[in-house]
Design a protein around this ligand. Structure first.
Ligand SMILES: Nc1ncnc2c1ncn2[C@@H]1O[C@H](COP(=O)(O)OP(=O)(O)OP(=O)(O)O)[C@@H](O)[C@H]1O
Ligand SMILES: [Mg+2]
Length: 470
């Protein structure tokens, strides 16, 4: 199989390069959700530079330490270094520091939280080695880990012995939408939005889709079929990251089935209020769940009016289409399930498309509107899909998002209604404009001539085209 080319990650590489060129000891922390591409990024960055890549494993701490020592000896091309008996990791790293002198060396400790899990003192031992020796060399030490909770608490947290030692940190996020086409050459924009609705911008998931198969074939064969990676992944991840997966399951299931208010989630799961609240905040920290409030809500209102939704596309899809159909899917009826889901999938796409347009990057690229706030607005039964505010200049852009093909008349109807709804928001004296985004809009040019802002998937295409020119 030909090696997949490395996609995007421009700002991440820039961040690493700047640190690399700094002429001082660097202590970086790189972390992020599993499968997001941390290891790939670090190896890609380090490949043409002197580096040691160490991957911690589930093995006992002492075995890990031995492996690290072996790698350091290999790097130093010194067999003897591999045979010295070191008391612990601090001594090992300090001896290594003495040996590298002023050389710029990258030392990557991947899956660092596994070491901490087995042996907590590793945190203060590392701190000691850093203070006494490493910080005086030109080492570039990179701690990497996928357990977001462990990295944020044990490594970055203010109670951690390592607190304040780092010279930089980066939480790696998804590949931006405008680059996911590079994983699936030949896919149309519409297909890419659909793929995104299942994989998000997570490289490992995008790689499960084969560019040689149609979208539907991919879903049936690589997501809904028992035993495949994406079929199993959600359960695997939740078990791995969380202590009481069953309760998290219940909460995510409730949200996926449309319970978006706190009270509804409590009611459906039957769990204690304080527990639900605790679990929801963990899920939010992990980026699996998000809580939205109407964009214009005051702080007091915001505390009461939040709506929960699943923010991670893969989880959203899995909880909507895999979990509820498990008994059919286990029986090998993936194709039937997918056929039966067609109409609902279209509804699902509606909310996913809204989410896509609401990502700041896509929004700004598409509309070029400078905003200080971006979000949704709702009140009673009225709702606006997207509202961007520029609070300094008192400008507001109201947008409706439809996963549909619209005739000119329909489009105009939607825009007129949007104009009416905008009056309910209460931004008197603001400069207002109105926009509509859909799969396809007939008579787009004429609507534009009349002063409406309209975009469809063709405009996305144009942006990707621009992006690809190097
Ligand atoms: N920028 C990229 N371009 C192309 N492929 C990528 C990119 N980033 C990651 N991948 C691929 O995606 C998969 C997952 O990436 P990787 O193993 O680096 O993730 P990770 O964050 O280290 O995951 P884990 O937490 O599970 O270790 C790998 O197959 C990798 O080759
Ligand atoms: Mg990794």
């Amino acid at each position: 199989m030909s090696r997949q080319k490395f996609v995007n990650r421009k700002s991440e590489l820039e961040f690493l390069k700047r640190a690399y060129n700094s002429e001082r000891a660097e202590f970086l922390v790189v972390y992020g959700r599993r499968r997001i591409g941390k290891t790939e990024l670090l190896l890609h960055f380090a490949r043409d530079k002197p580096h040691i890549y160490f991957l911690a494993t589930e093995k006992p701490y002492r075995d890990n330490l031995k492996e690290l020592q072996r790698l350091l000896a290999e790097f130093l091309e010194d067999e003897l270094f591999g045979k010295v008996i070191f008391d612990d990791i601090d001594e090992l790293l300090m001896a290594f520091a003495d040996r590298i002198g002023d050389e710029r060396v990258i030392l990557i400790l991947d899956e660092f939280p596994l070491l901490v899990e087995h042996y907590r003192p590793v945190l203060s031992l590392l701190q000691k080695a850093w203070e006494l020796k490493l910080s005086k060399t030109k080492i570039m030490l990179i701690l990497c880990g996928s357990s977001v909770s462990a990295m944020e608490t044990d490594v970055l947290g203010y109670r951690s012995p390592l607190y304040g030692r780092r010279t930089g940190q980066w939480r790696l996020t998804e590949i931006p939408f405008f680059h996911i086409g590079e994983f699936l050459p030949g896919y149309t924009i519409e297909e890419l939005v659909k793929v995104w609705s299942i994989t998000g911008g997570i490289p490992a998931y995008l790689l499960q889709f084969s560019p040689d198969k149609s979208f539907d074939e991919n879903v049936v064969q690589n997501v809904l079929s028992k035993g495949t990676f994406l079929y199993e992944e959600a359960e695997f991840l939740l078990r791995e990251e969380l202590r009481e997966p069953a309760n998290y399951f219940a909460i995510l299931q409730a949200i996926a089935s449309g319970r978006s208010k706190f009270g509804e989630i409590v009611g459906t799961t039957g769990l204690d209020k304080s527990l639900v609240s605790k679990y929801l905040s963990v899920l939010q920290r992990l980026g699996i769940v998000e809580r939205e409030v109407p964009i214009t809500a005051s702080i007091k209102e915001a505390s009461k009016r939040g709506l929960y939704s699943i923010a991670d596309n893969y989880f959203a899809f899995w909880f909507r289409y895999v979990l509820p159909n498990k008994s059919y899917l286990e029986a090998g009826l993936a194709e039937e399930v997918w056929k039966r889901s067609a109409e609902d999938f279209n509804t699902y796409m509606g909310s996913v498309f809204e989410r896509l347009v609401r990502t700041p990057e896509v929004f700004f690229k598409l509309m070029g509107f400078r905003f200080t706030k971006l979000g949704r607005w709702w009140h009673k039964s009225e709702e606006i899909d997207l509202l961007a505010l520029n609070e300094r200049e008192k400008k507001a852009l109201f947008v409706e998002v439809k996963w549909k093909e619209l005739k000119e008349r329909e489009a105009k109807g939607i825009l007129k209604d949007l104009e009416r709804k905008s009056e309910l928001v209460g931004l008197d004296n603001w400069e207002k404009s109105y926009g509509l985004i859909a799969k396809r809009i007939e008579g787009k040019e004429r609507l534009r001539d009349e002063g409406w802002l309209v975009w469809d998937l063709k405009d996305f295409e144009r942006l990707i085209g621009k992006n690809d020119k190097k």
